[in-house]
Write a protein that binds this ligand. Structure first.
Ligand SMILES: [Mg+2]
Length: 223
């Protein structure tokens, strides 16, 4: 059994700013901050982004504030997804179709998105049915902990322990590479997000691809 754990933003889809704007607008409105400070989004978890926003504006970084923000974010995300010009990234739809047709692949998510945010985004692009389990960004500031959650969910789904060298993380940032290493997984970096090929190469993934449009290199590696 091969396990494939996909990142969402910059790897499977881009939302045309729907995700980032939904979070920032929800934050602005709830906490009365007209212009939120810039905090890093790429590769971060939603909980981690929220923590950074709270701290940047001296708002208590509590679970209650996070839950309120998440709820307002999800409402806006639902509205924004159809209004923005996002897209499925090249090659993704056919790759997922091919993987779903195989009985020797378990396909899941390893994403910084909150669970319901991941669902809304992937339902919008009609990709959600490909993913049987996942690790999400609701509870973890650190993406490495999301990788651990994704593996726990994978074990529960398979009812067995996947061999570490048969687990692949597919993502678009150096943080995706790092979190794969944290759980002993292999990693394919794909340069369809914000990070350049050079930045990804510096993180030393097992495989580095410009896009997943020609996935043969990945498919050959996973066997
Ligand atoms: Mg990403």
């Amino acid at each position: 059994m091969v396990v494939l754990l996909f990142d969402i933003d910059g790897t499977l889809i881009v939302t045309g700013g729907a995700g980032g704007d939904a979070l920032l607008h929800a934050f602005s409105e709830l906490f009365g901050v007209a212009e939120p400070q810039e905090v890093p989004f790429s590769g971060r978890t939603d909980r981690g982004i929220a923590s950074n926003l709270f701290r940047a504006h001296a708002i208590p970084d509590t679970d209650a504030n996070w839950r309120q923000l998440r709820s307002a974010y999800l409402q806006r995300l639902t509205a924004y997804l159809p209004q923005r010009e996002g897209k499925i990234l090249p090659g993704i739809a056919s790759l997922l179709d091919r993987l779903s047709a195989r009985t020797d692949c378990a396909v899941g998510l390893l994403t910084g998105n909150a669970r319901d945010g991941a669902r809304l985004k992937l339902e919008h692009y009609q990709l959600y049915h490909h993913f049987a389990f996942g690790g999400y960004g609701d509870d973890h500031v650190d993406r490495d902990d999301v990788a651990r959650e994704a593996l726990r969910a994978c074990r529960a789904h398979l009812r067995s322990e996947p061999a570490p060298d048969r687990v692949w993380v597919i993502g678009d940032t150096p943080l995706d590479v790092r979190c794969a290493r944290a759980v002993g997984a292999r990693v394919a970096a794909v340069a369809t997000g914000w990070d350049s090929r050079e930045q990804l190469a510096a993180a030393q993934p097992d495989l580095l691809l410009d896009t997943l449009e020609e996935p043969d290199a990945l498919l050959a590696q996973i066997g």
